[in-house]
Write a protein that binds this ligand. Structure first.
Ligand code: G1P
Length: 279
């Protein structure tokens, strides 16, 4: 039984890197083979025992809520046909999870989006998934791996991976000392640094476990990089007051906010899809 039952999905962003595909469709609904990105994320949360899903949405994102709800017409239409099997996974998700939504009416950054989700989370530790980072864990999902570390240390945790120096400007970047294999105590973290100022090439990817005191820290965090309230800045403050850990996850991550990452994920899951067809 997981100690963490809630997972927050900030999903209000416009997805401008994927225009025109995302002009009238949420980027989280882009399909990788036959499943929308957000469903991969929700499945990862469920695997980690987080069955209470909170989604921070925005204008033009109603398709997300419709996806995680029953479609009676569709059910009626395909009932008793060979296509019914295609709905097995999503039916199980709708059955086993609860979904709560709140809207972020202004895009003021990831920190602000997470703070907007406070009303869905309350005073409990929670997971955060950025659905456009699609992760494939080695033995278990990335959030499951992080939940195990949380059970041991009970503090905020960010997932990290090594990236080439010339790409650090796209990420939050950490510096820290290794506590155990792949687990670092964060001493510094910077949002989207210039390569010359980057404290390392360990980049934060879109998986977090946060303790609820982070909400108060975000409230006092001024806008940072790009004039937005950054979760990285709030976590940097948290690291000076409490321990924050960075975890080098075991597995693979696809940046599905970029065309290259999206195509990489599609190829990966197409292979799996093909294996399943011939099994
Ligand atoms: C956000 C975070 C950044 C993190 C990244 C991971 O940036 O602000 O720290 O490294 O997600 O995907 P974004 O990609 O939303 O600009």
């Amino acid at each position: 039984m997981s100690m963490i039952t809630k997972c927050l999905f900030p999903a209000a962003g416009y997805g401008t890197r994927f225009l025109p595909a995302t002009k009238s469709m949420p980027k989280e609904m882009l399909p990788v083979v036959d499943k929308p990105l957000i469903q991969y994320g929700v499945e990862e949360a469920m695997e980690a025992g987080m069955y209470n899903v909170g989604i921070v949405t925005g204008r033009g994102k109603r398709a997300l809520a419709d996806h995680f709800d029953v479609s009676y017409e569709l059910e009626h239409q395909i009932s008793g046909t060979s296509k019914e099997g295609l709905l097995t996974d999503i039916r199980r998700i709708i059955n086993d999870c609860t979904f709560s939504y709140t809207r972020q009416s202004e895009m003021k950054g990831l920190g602000h989006a997470i703070l907007t989700g406070e009303t869905l989370i309350g005073r409990e530790p929670f997971g955060v998934i950025l659905a456009d980072d699609l992760c494939v864990g080695e033995d278990k999902g990335v959030l499951s791996q992080m939940a195990e570390i949380y059970a041991k240390y009970r503090c905020c945790i960010v997932a990290i991976e090594e990236v080439p120096r010339e790409e650090v400007h796209k990420y939050g970047v950490i510096a820290g000392s290794e506590l155990e294999d792949g687990v670092y105590v964060v001493s510094n973290m910077v949002e989207k640094p210039d390569p010359d100022d980057a404290p390392s090439n360990l980049a934060i990817i879109g998986r977090y476990i946060l303790t609820p005191d982070i909400f108060d820290v975000i409230r006092e965090t001024p806008p940072g990089r790009n004039g937005e309230v950054q979760i990285t800045d709030a976590l940097q403050t948290q690291a000076t007051r409490n321990m924050v850990l960075a975890y080098r996850f075991k597995g693979q991550r696809f940046d599905c906010g970029s065309v290259e990452g999206f195509v990489g994920a599609t190829n990966h899951f197409f292979e799996r899809w093909r294996e399943a067809q011939s099994a």
